[in-house]
Design a protein around this ligand. Structure first.
Ligand code: NAD
Length: 242
């Protein structure tokens, strides 16, 4: 069975993906940073249902910690077949209020992490002539979001990484794709008011916010697919159509 490393998997979209892939029988290594309690809960929950998952603590905004995590996984499992760069943060601020510190935190967590995690797994995937990298981007990477300029830049960067890497690694049979979700019901959107959510639903042709399972389904399809690379796939209910 394939070995899958997923970052930021203690809650939200990452958790949903990790749980379901573990239940499908994949060997899943779920990265977390601060949320040890949630990560252990996830592991226990799966174990109680007869499934297994490995959890690994690393701050993906720190390249050294990514390298150590990948080295650990490769030593133990020999291969990484699928890397899912999911960890991310968001921040809502006026453009004129964004500090250099805000910028560095955003770019290091959302973009630099995906770049160096992909670089860390690349040699193994190239050697195996097989691999799949899935970068969790956002609709804001495609169309931009007001008061989320640094977030939008980080996600546009992710899409650039996806496209360039797909071209470079395609000849080694490594597929690289972005999934760019619309508004998904997770902690990242916990600041939305009831009115905001109603407004969002009205603006969305399919009439609802996304759920984490909507993103999992897309991930599962990309893992099994053999001919899609360099694409930005956007499960967003029609909220954004480009
Ligand atoms: P979330 O806040 O629930 O989850 C984010 C996860 O990333 C958490 O588990 C968090 O601990 C982890 N993380 C953050 N910084 C980290 C670090 N330095 N090292 C390791 N892990 C770290 O939010 P979510 O909605 O599940 O977001 C998952 C991904 O989906 C993010 O990349 C986000 O940008 C993207 N996304 C979310 C939405 C949405 O509406 N929820 C929309 C578009 C894209």
């Amino acid at each position: 069975m394939k070995t899958i490393l997923i970052t930021g998997a203690s809650r939200g979209i990452g958790r949903e993906i990790a749980i379901n892939l573990a239940k499908e029988g994949y060997k899943v290594i779920a990265n977390y940073n601060k949320s040890e309690k949630e990560a252990l809960k996830l592991q226990k929950e799966l174990q109680s249902e007869g499934f297994s998952i490995e959890i690994y603590k690393a701050d993906v905004s720190k390249t050294e910690e990514i390298k150590q995590m990948v080295e650990y996984v490769l030593n133990k499992y020999k291969n990484i077949d699928v890397l899912i760069n999911n960890a991310g943060i968001s921040d809502t601020k006026l453009f004129t209020d964004i500090t250099e510190e805000d910028w560095d935190k955003m770019i290091n967590t959302n973009l630099k992490s995906a770049f160096f995690a992909s670089q860390s797994v690349a040699s193994n995937m190239i050697h195996n002539k097989n691999g799949c990298i899935i970068n969790i981007s956002s609709v804001y990477g495609m169309v931009g979001g007001a008061c989320e300029v640094h977030y939008s830049v980080s996600k546009a960067g992710i899409d650039g990484l996806t496209k360039a890497l797909a071209k470079e690694l395609g000849p080694s049979n490594i597929r690289v794709n972005s999934i760019a979700p619309g508004a998904i019901n997770t902690d990242m959107n916990k600041n939305l008011t009831k009115e905001d959510i109603e407004e969002l639903k009205k603006e969305t042709p399919l009439g609802r916010m996304g759920e984490t399972k909507d993103i999992y389904k897309c991930v599962k399809w990309l893992i099994e697919d053999e001919y899609t690379t360099g694409q930005v796939i956007s499960p967003n209910g029609g909220w954004v159509i480009v």
